[in-house]
Design a binder for this molecule. Structure first.
Ligand code: SF4
Ligand code: SF4
Length: 313
């Protein structure tokens, strides 16, 4: 029944996992954080206990409902213009879209199973917003595997999906995880311009997504010539993945239609955009979160001679 509701709300895939402690992830995260690979993302080190166990995040939590929404766009930027990661193409910030749907899912579940199905005294809906290891829960809920590029790959959708989480206080039937199908492939690792991927782990300090969005300082000189024309986020490891080539299909979500300027703007439009124009054009978009100053900084840093890189084709 929960999955039927999720389907009726327009989610593209959904699964449910039993809430439990993520012991392997706890060990991995401890050493990842200790080695400093999270860069300036200090929030990742906070609430560690809650991050590895949703039962410590929400009192009474028994099940983790995971929903996916395909965002693979039918229209894309020309490779010669400053590149914006596809997840932020949409006119409406995906957090807003996903949360509205998850709230409706929550409401309908409570109508059927009773209000005690969720803990209404604590936040129990999450989209990139709290200490929840979303990709791992998606994997546990049978929605795919975490590829060597550290993203979820759904068999049928690929990796261009938003992940949403709803923590339930009731038990239900659980889905079975599926094994990795990366095999001997290393294309994402080889394609990464900054060599940020290693042994199924991401060194965020080297990742263009981090460098162009999270990083508050100047982009280190060693990476300035490696940005591969990416100015907000990076899709290179996802674009190169053979499973995305096989499975990624254009989404049909009206709520996620792209901002026309993202598709139409040429280099000079991006370079010369004023702060007022930026705020007006991207007023409801996820791009606004990165901010005007970072966009400007990144455009100045991008080495446009990299624009013809085969990796972006
Ligand atoms: S997002 Fe870009 S920089 Fe980060 S790991 Fe993937 S290819 Fe490398
Ligand atoms: S490119 Fe290859 S190794 Fe990387 S995630 Fe895709 S299948 Fe796995």
């Amino acid at each position: 029944m929960i999955k039927q509701i999720a389907h009726s709300l327009g989610f593209d895939a959904f699964g449910i996992a039993k809430a439990d402690e993520l012991t392997d992830d706890a060990r991995f995260m401890e050493s990842w954080l200790k080695s400093g690979q999270h860069g300036e993302m200090d929030y990742l080190a906070r609430n560690f206990e809650k991050r590895i166990d949703p039962r410590k995040l929400v009192t009474g939590c028994k099940s983790v409902v995971v929903v996916l929404m395909n965002y693979f766009p039918s229209q894309k930027q020309d490779v010669s213009v400053p590149q914006i990661a596809k997840y932020s193409y949409s006119e409406t910030d995906y957090h807003t879209v996903m949360k509205a749907k998850l709230n409706e899912l929550d409401k309908q579940i409570c109508a059927i199973y009773g209000s005690e199905s969720v803990n209404n005294h604590q936040q129990h809906i999450f989209v990139d917003s709290a200490p929840v290891l979303e990709r791992r829960w998606a994997e546990r809920a049978g929605l795919g595997w975490i590829g060597k590029h550290t993203q979820l790959i759904h068999p049928g959708l690929g990796s261009y999906t938003y992940i949403g989480i709803l923590l339930l206080n009731i038990e239900t039937e659980y889905d079975t995880p599926i094994p990795s199908r990366c095999g001997t492939c290393n294309r994402c690792i080889d394609a990464c311009p900054t060599k940020a991927l290693k042994n199924g782990s991401l060194d965020a300090r080297r990742c263009i997504s981090y460098l162009t969005i999270e990083n508050k300082k100047d982009i280190p000189v060693e990476f300035q010539s490696q940005l591969s024309n990416c100015v907000l986020g990076c899709d290179i490891c996802a674009d190169i993945c053979p499973w995305n080539k096989k499975w990624a299909k254009h989404h049909a979500h009206n709520e996620l239609k792209p901002i026309p300027q993202i598709i139409d703007w040429q280099y000079n439009d991006w370079k010369n955009v004023t702060e007022a124009d930026f705020k007006f054009t991207f007023c409801h978009s996820a791009i606004l979160r990165a901010g005007f100053n970072k966009l400007k900084r990144n455009i100045e840093n991008v080495n446009l001679s990299e624009a013809k890189s085969d990796l972006l084709k």
